[in-house]
Design a protein around this ligand. Structure first.
Ligand SMILES: [Zn+2]
Ligand SMILES: [Zn+2]
Length: 80
């Protein structure tokens, strides 16, 4: 079945780091992960892996920051 993978970082016994999909047996080595579609561990949306997200064990998009933006906007609206 074709789906967007939900990657989780893991380490081989020899120390090589790769990302394994928790939904299927697919895995991608860390060196090749950038640009892959991945399901966010926080919001479930699809996003593309970047040099920043590949550092995370459970990669997530910037949804948390978006949420903070919303809170900030609401605060500003109240002030204005
Ligand atoms: Zn998968
Ligand atoms: Zn997200």
């Amino acid at each position: 079945m074709i789906h967007v993978h939900k990657f989780k970082k893991f380490k081989f016994k020899n120390g090589t780091i790769a990302f394994r999909c928790v939904l299927c047996p697919t895995y991608v080595f860390q060196d090749n992960i950038i640009g892959y579609d991945c399901i966010c561990w926080r919001c479930g949306e699809t996003f593309k892996m970047t040099a920043k997200t590949m550092k995370l064990t459970k990669p997530h998009c910037d949804c948390n920051e978006k949420k903070q933006d919303m809170v900030l906007k609401k605060l500003l609206e109240k002030i204005i």
